[in-house]
Design a protein around this ligand. Structure first.
Ligand SMILES: Cc1cc2nc3c(=O)[nH]c(=O)nc-3n(C[C@H](O)[C@H](O)[C@H](O)COP(=O)(O)OP(=O)(O)OC[C@H]3O[C@@H](n4cnc5c(N)ncnc54)[C@H](O)[C@@H]3O)c2cc1C
Length: 380
């Protein structure tokens, strides 16, 4: 397929595919489309990715969701990440890696969330998610460092099918492979979709999507992550989400990262909400893991979730009011892990007019315009 399309009547050249936003969704989509022979140009306004969401994420990939599509996307993320050294090797780098830590996820539920999670487990089973479920009383048999007071139930995986990766390395591997397959990444700030002349346009502008597509209810939502040191090192600890408090944490080398349950819309900057540490995060950590009574704050940062204000769920598909515009956004804390499945799905949709592997139609734009919520619970 050629890179530009020539329309004699208008004496104008058109690009084949233009992707706006070179973050993790843009890079993944560029990779999958380039693999199919499409000629892709990616326009990214800040190639240092200073404020982009993906480098500020925790890198987690999980399949423990409520909705089947999110479970299946999580399963595909694992497959893709495990095959990544083969799939994304290039002439320059024959062995790309993403520093995977397959420690699993552990989600802890109080009585207020337990029933919903029992329903979710039916979907886990139907999708072959291989998650385990235990009553709170049994938790210490599996995770001796936990205080299960006030909990009702927990779900987890311990077979190296969930965990976390280095988001920078993941992005670099996708981008480098896309470039080897013919894609270009160019520095350009797109002010309006109308300025792009391409057969196919993909908006992958993350939490800034509304600047280009005003009818999409996705906005930046600031989330803070703290880095802490604890004398007790528990390297086998999974990424743990304590649903009653909303705090989540995981080991990071010899330290730990812990996310605040607090979030802010309309935040003027990305200064971490330092007060959250003493007020919310440390008390929750110490309550759930007694070893965390002794902690030292060593750092922190904040980043934006691409929050879909309608229902905290992805928005993916063709824009019904525009001839050639596709978009993928609104991942609300899970765009890194969904990037492989979304890149592949969008490519299927663009190339064949419908999804071929995971049916992602439920994330389409009709529900957005009809304001029909399809809420994915448990935003961590
Ligand atoms: C604290 C935190 C923790 C997280 N933890 C996880 C996790 O554990 N697992 C997980 O899966 N997800 C996690 N996420 C969410 C994840 O990071 C995002 O969902 C994901 O990065 C979204 O990818 P994206 O490519 O759409 O957006 P981004 O990564 O933000 O990339 C969008 C890019 O588009 C560019 N852009 C925007 N507008 C324009 C324009 N007009 N012209 C040119 N370029 C433009 C931006 O500069 C940016 O580089 C976390 C996020 C945060 C903040």
């Amino acid at each position: 397929m050629c890179s530009v399309i020539y329309f004699p009547k208008f004496k104008r050249f058109m690009d084949d595919v233009v992707i706006v936003g070179g973050g993790i969704i843009g890079a993944s989509t560029a990779y999958f489309l380039s693999k199919e022979g499409r000629k892709v140009r990616v326009f990214e306004r800040d190639p240092t990715y200073k404020k982009a969401s993906f480098p500020l994420s925790l890198g987690g990939f999980r399949r423990q969701f409520f909705q089947k599509e999110n479970i299946l996307l999580g399963k595909f993320a694992k497959e893709f990440i495990f095959q990544l050294p083969d799939l994304l090797k290039t002439k320059k780098n024959g062995k790309p890696t993403v520093s995977m830590v397959p420690n699993g996820y552990l989600l802890l539920f109080g009585p207020e969330h337990a029933e919903e999670q029992y329903e979710a487990l039916k979907n886990h089973k139907a999708c072959g998610a291989e998650t385990k479920n235990v009553k709170a009383e049994e938790l210490q048999n599996f995770f001796p460092w936990i205080n299960s007071d006030g909990l009702e139930t927990a779900t987890f995986t311990d077979s190296k099918i969930e965990g976390w990766i280095d988001p920078h390395m993941f992005h670099a591997a996708l981008k480098n492979k896309a470039i080897e397959l013919g894609a270009s990444f160019e520095k350009k700030d797109i002010k309006s979709i109308e300025e792009i002349k391409a057969e196919t346009i993909v908006s992958a502008a993350g939490c800034w999507t509304k600047e280009l597509l005003q009818d999409i209810p996705v906005v930046p939502q600031k989330h803070t992550v703290f880095r802490v040191k604890c004398p007790k090192h528990i390297p086998e600890m999974p990424l743990t989400g304590d649903l009653p408090s909303g705090v989540y944490w995981r080991p990071e080398g010899k330290e730990y990262l812990a996310g605040s349950p607090n979030s802010k819309f309309d935040a003027p900057d990305l200064e971490p909400e330092w007060n959250d540490f003493e007020e919310l995060v440390w008390p929750a950590l110490a309550n759930r893991v007694p070893a965390f009574e002794e902690l030292k704050l060593t750092g922190g940062w904040a980043g934006y979730y691409d929050c879909n204000k309608l229902d905290n769920n992805a928005i993916v598909g063709k824009h019904p009011k525009m001839k050639n515009v596709y978009l993928a956004t609104g991942f609300t804390g899970r765009g890194l892990m969904q990037a492989p499945g979304i890149g592949r799905g969008l490519t299927e949709l663009i190339m064949t007019g419908k999804y071929q592997t995971i049916d992602l139609s439920c994330f389409g734009l009709d529900r957005i315009f009809a304001k029909q919520k399809r809420t994915e619970p448990y935003v961590l």
